[in-house]
Design a protein around this ligand. Structure first.
Ligand code: DGJ
Length: 520
């Protein structure tokens, strides 16, 4: 799936503002210029329920209006983050009239019968109130923006889920937990049994795939049954919001997940019921109005986590991640390898010390130049991503009739300690027979043919260059040290088949056009 903006596929090169920044136009004013010079094309900014509906039924859209007008002035798009009933599991952004009326808008209770400052997703009253405000905002966005499409996506709530326990133990939740699992969910599981993700398949198999019964009867007596219950109710609630919002203005909507951390022991350590990958099937069963289940990834094993979240056809967007060298590696990888629609580091207005020459601006500059090529290649499935570091120094994949053996760039001899850089990344696009675009930094590639013909591969040409208004402008013709003998005594097989690697050794990400030839 690709994001279409003004009729064209669009690659989202974004950054997310700190939570409170968009609540004051004056506070945000000095930051807009930097956002543009950092080569962002989109800003993710919070719009809160508390400021949108300070009194019930009385709306104030001044934040939306100011975000739209400033984004336009700075040639940027927006993804608005609806901080409604929940933000990071809690309900701090609900308006005071909701917070104070805890009888009408009940809180969740955790073990020991403690109420927590978090609205229960089981309350219809809360759902209608939140959906009404959300729909009003979407109506306003449509009136302001349908022609221009400055606003391109909406995040609905932020990192939902219950913290402190695996499920809500309030009276309504207790009762519902011991009632039959809704038919809609069972039907979805039965219909998709063979393609369920392994985690949910395993959970359901623990009761012999029961198709009727209470939550513990269908999903067993562990905290995972609690988590399934919470996931269903959050997903239902949010799907209702998406339906109400899209009835006013149908643009893509996503949720973001607070992902499981290595030290977490179970649901409740991480937000229970949130859109974590192991409960994606439950989120899908709850409705189709929500488009993307997006992970916020700050953990170092970005490749594994993004792969988990790309399963079962989930379109990837990374709304929160890092902006440093490792972050730029993440962006290249996820866009190339998982065909992500975009990437967005968090705290963008403050995190990047150097708004022109920092790693993120350089990366977005290159990705922006390449966007038409990337989007076309995502569509044709002729693109791959590379993500390497000291703990993963090599990867191999097939693309465009060759196996590409990609390693961290290093000195001539593999075994010299410390000769490899810390991080290497890139994306590779097969553009024609024996032709590739390679963009990235600190990687080197060997090509091995997959088709009949001469077994040995050389470089007909390697050009460095840039795209200006979509047109390739070749710069240096690279040769010599840039296409090096792959002197690698540890890898005799590779040495026998090809003598040289193409190396990306620029200060920042480079774009190369590479033409191969074969000989014997
Ligand atoms: C994840 C949340 O989604 C963000 O809103 C923000 O609180 C960051 N964590 C802070 O690191």
């Amino acid at each position: 799936m690709q994001l279409i903006v003004n009729g064209q596929p669009f690659l989202v090169l974004a950054g997310e503002l700190h939570n409170s920044s968009s609540s004051s136009a004056a506070y945000l004013r000095p930051f807009w210029k930097n956002l543009t010079s950092m080569h962002l094309n989109t800003v993710l900014a919070a719009v809160t329920w508390e400021l949108t509906e300070p009194e019930e039924g009385k709306y104030d859209f001044s934040i939306v209006d100011s975000l739209i007008s400033n984004a336009r002035k700075n040639n940027l798009h927006l993804a608005l983050l609806w901080f409604g009933s929940w933000k990071n599991g809690l309900s701090h952004y609900a308006p005071p009239w909701v917070k104070k009326d805890y009888k009408r808008f009940p809180r969740m209770h955790i073990k020991g019968n403690f109420p927590v400052e978090s609205l229960t997703p089981l309350s219809q009253e809360t759902m209608y109130a939140d959906a009404k405000a959300f729909a009003a905002m979407m109506k306003h966005v449509k009136e302001m923006d349908e022609q221009q499409q400055t606003v391109i996506m909406i995040q609905v709530q932020n990192e939902v889920g219950l913290l402190g326990d695996s499920r809500d133990r309030g009276a309504l939740a207790e009762k519902t937990f011991n009632e039959p699992v809704p038919k809609e969910l069972i039907n979805h599981l039965v219909k998709n049994k063979e393609t369920l993700l392994p985690e949910l398949y395993k959970l359901w198999s623990s009761t012999g795939f029961r198709t009727a019964g209470t939550w513990p009867e269908v999903f067993g007596n562990s905290s995972s049954a609690d988590e399934a219950f919470m996931a269903w109710h959050y997903a239902r609630f949010i799907n209702k919001l998406c339906e109400a919002g899209k009835a006013q203005y149908a643009i893509p909507m996503f949720v973001n997940a607070w992902i499981v951390q290595p030290e977490d022991l179970g649901p409740g350590d991480y937000p229970s019921g949130g859109p974590q990958s192991h409960v994606h099937d439950i989120w899908r069963a709850a409705g189709t109005s929500l488009d993307i289940l997006a992970p916020d990834i700050y953990l170092p094993n970005f490749d594994d986590i993004s792969t988990m979240y790309a399963r079962s056809g989930n379109t990837l967007f990374i709304p929160e991640s890092r902006a440093d060298d490792k972050g730029t590696a993440n962006a290249f990888y996820v866009i190339g390898q998982h065909h992500a629609i975009g990437y967005s580091p968090f705290g963008i207005e403050e995190r990047v010390e150097d708004p022109v020459n920092g790693p993120l601006p350089k990366t977005y500059d290159v990705l922006q130049q390449l966007a038409p090529e990337i989007l076309a290649a995502q569509n044709k499935n002729t693109i791959a991503g590379v993500w390497l570091n000291s703990s993963k120094q090599r990867t191999k994949f097939e693309l465009g009739g060759y196996t590409l053996d990609v390693q961290l760039r290093r000195g001539r001899r593999l075994l010299v300690p410390g000769s490899a850089p810390e991080t290497g990344y890139g994306l590779v696009i097969a553009t024609g027979p024996d032709e590739y675009i390679i963009a990235g930094k600190d990687i080197q590639i060997n090509f091995f043919p997959l088709t009949a013909g001469p077994a040995y591969v050389g470089y007909a040409s390697v050009d460095e260059g840039t795209y200006v208004n979509g047109k390739w402008i070749a710069g240096r013709r690279l040769n010599g040290d840039n296409i090096m003998l792959n002197y690698n005594i540890a890898d005799e097989a590779a040495q026998q088949k090809t003598g040289s690697v193409v190396r990306l050794q620029g200060d920042g990400p480079q774009i190369l056009h590479v033409k191969l030839y074969r000989f014997e």
